[in-house]
Each structure stands twice: as C-alpha cells, then as structure tokens.
Design a protein around this ligand. Structure first.
Ligand code: DAH
Length: 367
C-alpha cells in the first residue's frame, strides 16, 4: 500500500471490509504513535481529516463510489468508526503535548530503559586477581614492569651471563634491528616476570614484599598446553633473616588458599640462575587428592611453580643502584608461577588457546 495511494479493497463481504478497515486503522495507530509536537499533531489532523485532501475523505470517496448499493451502509458505518478512532488519537496526543515541555525535550518516561550487557572477568584475569589477593592478605604489595625489556633486566642481572646455556631454556623473541647496541641494551619481549624483581629492588631499599602479575612471551609453538603469550605471577620477599622455611611456609599457605586447605606441597631441588638453592614446588593433585588420576599422570602430584632463595650475585647487580641489598646482611626468596595453567586446573579448561580465542561461547561460561 502506497502512502498516498488508496488501499486495496478485495471485495464487499463483511470480512473483506473488516480486513481493509483494520489495515487503515493500523496505519492511523502507527502515525499517531509518532506524534510529539503540536506541529506534528496538526499535520496528522490535516493528513487524515482534511476536508479536501484528507486521506479519510479520499478513501471513502474511492470506496463508496465503487461500492454496490448494498455495501454502502456497512461501509458508511465503518468510516464513522474509523473517524472516531482518528479523533480519539488526536485527543489523546493533545493531552500529551499540552504539557509545558519544549518539543525537543519531550522524554517518554514510560519507555523501557536500554539494558546494557554485563561484562564478566576473563577466567585468566580472575585467577590472576585471586593469586594476587592471597599475597596481599600476607602483606605483599603489587608491582608491574614493561613487557618489552632489555637483555640486562631479562637475563644478565638475573645472573644469566651472555652465552649461558640457561638462556636457551627461555626461547626468546627479540626486537629486530638491535644488533648495533651493546647486548645488555638490546630489546626483547620479556620471557618471564623475574626482571621486575630487579627493577623493584633498584627503586627501593629493603625490606621488600611484592607480587608482580603480567604477560610474558616465548617463541614456543602453540599446542594444547603452550601459547607464545602466557601469564605469570612473580613474588619477591627480602628482609633481614629470611630463610627457606619462610619460603616454604608462604607457598604452602598460598597453595592451600588457592586450591583448598587439604592440598599439600613438596619441594624438589631445581636450578634457576637467580636463586640458590632453587626448587620446584609440587602440590598434591587437587583432582584425586593424591591417589593418582589422569590429571596428575597417576603420580598424585602436580608441578606448579619455581622458587628459591635469591642468589647473592643478584643482590650484587642491584647494589650498583641500592647498596642496602648487602647479601651479608639481608636475604630473600623469590617464586614464579604460571597463571594460565592454574586457571586451566581451577576451571577444567583443556586447551590453553581457548583463553586467547575471544570466543564468547567459551567466555560466557564464566560470566
Ligand atoms: N622465572 C622463572 C621462569 O619463568 C620462574 C621462577 C623460578 C621465578 C624461580 C622465580 C624463581 O622468581 O625464584 O621459568
């Protein structure tokens, strides 16, 4: 049906008349709903009821002229009803526009509000916050550092000398075009959060208790458990008289907070250039309670993080800027854990790639 055209009338039976009038009535309702100003109201009135060009007149002229004699009465009755409808709508809208609100500011307070979709924390960030909060409750503060790092902070100051084989355990993505700089100034994507240990100590004398969450990068091929980008939470505690017992107590407590109080920890000798002694920490399998299952490869234990006592050589690097880190007077421990693996364990996620896919079907399960 064209806006100015005359709607089609299929026949003269009561049902056909009713259908045709219902269509016109719908047209009236739609245009009446859009009336907000006095001008629009007048336009509506002229458009429908205007004596010469009014649409009601045009339609009734056309239909009545074509109608057989016996259809004229039912047609006339229906036009009266339609006219009453138009007048009623005009009346109702005049009540609305008679309020002393300027046209452009008329707000329909009866319209429903627009609902915003609530976001939710990503499971990785949620896990990261959970870990950080556990250490905050033990008095740790929170720090961050750059993801594009120098060779000095990522390796050398952490006691990985140039050419040291321990560098090979962290397959590094380097920034291109750095060859003319001295090695220690060359930029790379940090392979761990440990460089922020050095940056923190350079900024403040002991004591230090800090956790450092953040993104790290390695040139690893992606598979179900590896992603070239992943997340770590680093920890550092330095003070007078810090011992390995403090390290064990702190991490045992943190793991119980994270996985439940029945979880046990055990420490194995390991190697990191920046800690001496170094240890790998295993937790009793939270899935089977230590009895052995597929998740723990039937060993009852799952390896979760690295740690150790800060190597005096590391304090030596820091002392160039902060002489207070005298290994004769102070000691400390450090640890680093992978957030992705912990999130995957806590939420039963089998593929690390899902954490980076941005797939709402996956993410909505955590909302
Ligand atoms: N930076 C180590 C890595 O990414 C993890 C680590 C181990 C951090 C021992 C530490 C530590 O602070 O003491 O493999």
């Amino acid at each position: 049906m064209q806006d100015d055209g005359i709607p089609a009338l299929r026949g003269w039976s009561e049902a056909e008349l009713d259908a045709a009038f219902a269509a016109v009535a719908r047209e009236v309702e739609t245009s009446a709903r859009a009336l907000t100003s006095a001008d629009e109201k007048e336009e509506f009135r002229l458009r429908w009821l205007g004596r010469k060009q009014g649409r009601l007149k045009a339609i009734s002229d056309a239909w009545l002229k074509a109608a057989p004699a016996e259809a004229k009465k039912p047609l006339g009755q229906r036009f009266n009803t339609l006219k009453a409808l138009i007048e009623a709508r005009l009346e109702a809208s005049s009540a609305a526009t008679s309020m002393s609100v300027p046209d452009s500011e008329t707000i329909d307070i009866t319209l429903p509000g627009r609902r915003r979709r609530l976001g939710a924390e990503h499971p990785l960030i949620r896990t990261q916050h959970e870990i950080v909060r556990i250490f905050q409750r033990m008095g740790y503060s929170v720090g961050v550092g750059p993801e594009v790092e120098t060779d000095y902070y990522n390796f050398e100051s952490l006691n990985f000398p140039p050419g040291h084989p321990a560098r090979d355990t962290q397959d590094t993505l380097v920034v291109a075009g750095q060859e003319r700089k001295p090695l220690r100034e060359r930029l790379l994507m940090r392979t761990h959060t440990s460089p922020v240990q050095i940056r923190t100590m350079e900024q403040q004398p002991p004591p230090v208790r800090i956790v450092i969450p953040g993104k790290v990068h390695r040139n690893d091929a992606a598979d179900a458990t590896h992603s070239p980008i992943f997340h770590q939470v680093e920890g550092l505690c330095v003070d007078v008289g810090i011992t390995f017992a403090d390290l064990k107590g702190t991490l045992d407590h943190a793991m119980k907070e994270l996985f439940g109080s029945s979880v046990r920890t055990r420490f194995f000798p390991s190697f990191f250039p920046f800690t001496e002694p170094s240890a790998d920490v295993q937790i009793s399998c939270p899935f089977c309670g230590g009895a052995g299952c597929r998740k723990c490869k039937h060993s009852g234990w799952i390896e979760l993080l690295g740690c150790g006592m800060v190597d005096p050589a590391v304090f030596g690097f820091v002392q160039q800027k902060q002489p207070g880190y005298d290994p004769q007077k102070i000691s400390g421990f450090a640890f680093g854990m992978g957030v992705d693996r912990i999130a995957m364990m806590k939420y039963g996620i089998g593929e690390i790639g899902l954490l980076y896919s941005g797939d709402l079907r996956f993410l909505e399960q955590f909302a």
